[in-house]
Design a protein around this ligand. Structure first.
Ligand SMILES: Cc1cc2nc3c(=O)[nH]c(=O)nc-3n(C[C@H](O)[C@H](O)[C@H](O)COP(=O)(O)O)c2cc1C
Ligand SMILES: Nc1ncnc2c1ncn2[C@@H]1O[C@H](COP(=O)(O)OP(=O)(O)O)[C@@H](O)[C@H]1O
Length: 184
């Protein structure tokens, strides 16, 4: 029931402890369920507790924040390059699912990111850095694909509205050496 869900999450003053949480890796193939057909493609990152220790204890559910993508110069969504930044990382708001996707009854935990941007081409194998700024909801089982898709669309709206606040913009909330380095 999306009607009873809050439209904005997290305090107006900005992200609070333990956020931001960081994660990075190369985009790998998911379970190939054709989420593009549902209009919600998800870029998967390997769930690796050695490089991302916090993920072992992270609660399963939906998170939101920003993703930084190192797209190759040839990718149609890459920004024009300059001498100082030949292939700059491109930043997008994102929603993310960490968990077992009870609707599909997965037996391994996955980390799947939907970037809030309409891409002209795929970006498998690209390096992606994530800054998780908050938690939206627990993961759920659903009676139908339509009900799952409705909730994910609502998650996207929650992320957009929550990140539009002054203290949550990329500029305000991404004062982070690790993140800035990814953009050089
Ligand atoms: C923002 C977001 C929220 C999601 N919430 C749930 C959920 O509550 N329950 C669930 O079973 N799957 C959830 N999913 C996962 C979808 O089921 C998943 O994207 C789908 O299994 C397609 O996987 P694939 O692209 O790896 O094939 C969510 C995905 C996203 C991006
Ligand atoms: N807005 C987007 N968010 C996430 N991935 C996208 C987006 N647009 C295109 N893609 C591409 O789609 C791929 C995921 O497609 P999908 O149909 O979910 O298949 P799978 O999860 O099986 O890899 C991503 O790895 C990425 O290359």
């Amino acid at each position: 029931m999306t009607a009873s869900r809050p439209a904005i999450v997290g305090p107006d003053a900005g992200p609070e402890t333990p956020y931001p949480l960081r994660m990075e890796g190369r985009v790998i193939a998911g379970f190939g369920r054709g989420s593009k057909e549902l209009g919600i493609p998800t870029a998967n990152l390997p769930v690796d507790t050695a490089s991302t220790p916090w993920i072992a204890d992270a609660r399963s559910g939906v998170y939101f924040g920003y993703a930084s993508l190192a797209l190759p110069a040839s990718h149609p969504d890459q920004l024009p390059s300059s001498a100082s930044a030949p292939t700059p990382a491109v930043v997008f708001p994102m929603v993310m699912s960490i968990g077992y996707n009870p609707f599909y009854k997965n037996t391994v935990r996955s980390a799947e990111v939907h970037l809030l941007h309409r891409f002209k081409a795929d970006f498998y194998d690209c390096h992606m850095r994530l800054l998780l700024l908050g938690f939206i909801r627990e993961e759920k089982d659903y009676k139908s694909i339509d009900a799952l898709v409705d909730d994910i669309k609502f998650d996207c709206d929650v992320a957009r509205k929550s990140l539009a606040r002054e203290a949550w913009t990329e500029k305000a909330s991404v004062d982070d050496a690790w993140w800035l380095e990814a953009r050089l």
